[in-house]
Design a protein around this ligand. Structure first.
Ligand code: FAD
Length: 408
């Protein structure tokens, strides 16, 4: 017999049950989100038993809509555990062991365990497959040595996903393995890197003789690239696909700033020109939101493909223009930045007012076209893997990694 199709009505009924059993305005984050997971409403496209219902990711919007209507307390996945929820959970589900799925997924969703992703190195960013961090098998363990960089949230993380070179004799894409790393393991050293915002949300991570149990590998030895692709595709969809409600998110904040503008600063002509920019940005934001939602509706359960780069690219470039426009709406006041000279871990205090948040976002948006793959790399992916255009020349593709020339 065909499996009962879950309708929007069914979903709304499940949300009502969730609110009855654990209302977010009355219980803490972990209790509420734990119940959300148990009822399959965490990420509806995951299988039953792992926080989902095995249906299209587009249906998550129904859950969010119902929660918005019935609760004041709304949790933002990106703020709770951006990397854990956006990238690590799908990787655990696709490539993890039974133990990992049973013990890690729920705690990722509730935010009990924060996660990070250790791919980039000083000599390997866009070309992450060229990385040098080495893993050598010793009995029941792999011993890892090397350096990672730009590791967001490493300082807060319980778990990391680390991509390493396990076979230097193989070509670069086939000589890598992918591990679950306990960030409290001896030999893991995390040092903050300070950003233009004044905060240090990411880090350098040094790995010195770090022992990882052999059963913490995602997939098999040499399959690291396969796992990494799952992570990266989900990362791009998570960054580009964080659809807010119509008129919400960044464009909502720009509209608020526009409404509160100091009218004395403008001549009638300059006001019209700026209003024109705000309206164009609103239209672009809505087009992006609808495009992303349409893509989600059309997707079945499972991992996204290279087309996720469309939203990542569009979102990164739009966000930069949007916050630039916000600074023009604010005027000369945008030149001061209160948090700029205090170097600290993110604590959100410096972003409490609308003005402070806008200035922070203007600076933070510069990273959007770098993090999760640069805009140039997104264009390459779209050209080659979506449009089928000829690929870039890759002379090192079939060469053993150890024979590829590199700086020390
Ligand atoms: C805020 C932030 C958070 C991050 N968090 C993480 C994290 O948690 N974990 C992690 O592993 N990494 C993280 N990164 C790193 C990020 O993935 C890399 O910075 C990114 O992939 C680019 O690598 P790179 O900095 O080494 O630049 P490079 O690869 O050296 O690129 C330099 C320039 O060359 C261009 N370029 C490179 N190759 C090509 C090409 N083939 N065609 C055209 N142009 C090209 C790039 O677009 C760029 O403009 C983060 C970065 C930022 C900014």
């Amino acid at each position: 017999m065909a499996k009962h199709e879950i309708t929007e009505e069914d979903l709304r009924g499940r949300v009502a049950k969730l609110l009855e059993e654990a209302h977010p305005d009355q219980v803490d984050q972990f209790t509420f989100r734990g119940k959300q997971y148990d009822l399959g409403l965490a990420w509806v496209h995951f299988p039953e038993g792992y926080g989902g219902l095995g249906i299209s990711p587009g249906m998550q919007a129904v859950v969010m809509d119902e929660l918005h209507k019935n609760a004041k307390t709304m949790y933002d996945d990106m703020a709770i555990n951006a990397i854990g929820i956006g990238m690590c959970a799908p990787t655990v589900l696709t490539h993890g062991t039974q133990w990992m799925k049973d013990n890690l997924l729920r705690r990722i969703f509730t935010g009990e365990d924060i996660w990070c992703q250790l791919f980039s190195e000083p000599g390997a960013g866009s070309d992450v497959a060229g990385l040098s961090t080495r893993a050598v098998r010793e009995g029941d363990y792999w011993v890892v040595n090397g350096q990672k960089v730009w590791t967001s949230l490493a300082h807060m993380s319980k778990w990391g996903m680390v991509l390493v070179r396990s076979n230097p004799d193989a070509p670069k894409h086939t000589g890598m393995s992918y591990f679950l790393l306990d960030m409290q393991s001896p030999g893991v050293e995390v040092r903050p890197l300070h950003q233009i915002t004044g905060e240090a949300e990411f880090n350098e991570v040094f790995l010195n003789d770090v022992k990882i149990p052999a059963d913490r590998m995602f997939g098999r030895e040499g399959d690291g690239w396969k796992g990494a692709i799952t992570t990266l595709m989900n990362e791009r969809t998570a960054i580009g696909g964080a659809v807010s409600r119509p008129g919400g998110g960044a464009i909502g904040m720009l509209l608020d700033l526009w409404k509160a503008r100091d009218r004395k600063r403008f001549t009638p002509e300059s006001e019209i020109v700026l209003r024109d920019r705000v309206i164009k940005l609103y239209i672009e934001s809505e087009l992006l939101r609808m495009t992303v939602q349409r893509a989600k509706n059309g997707r079945k359960a499972g991992n996204p493909g290279p087309e996720g780069s469309v939203a990542k690219l569009a979102q990164a470039e739009l966000n930069k223009r949007l916050w630039e426009c916000a600074m023009d709406v604010i005027g000369a006041d945008s030149l001061t930045y209160e948090a700029g000279y205090e170097r600290r871990r993110p604590n959100f205090k410096s972003r409490e007012t609308r003005l402070a948040l806008a200035k922070y976002q203007f600076l933070r948006a510069r990273a959007n076209s770098i993090e999760g793959g640069t805009s140039e790399v997104m264009r390459n992916i779209l050209g080659e893997r979506v449009l089928g255009l000829p690929g870039e020349p890759r002379s090192d593709k079939d060469v053993p990694w150890k024979d590829i020339p590199r700086s020390a």
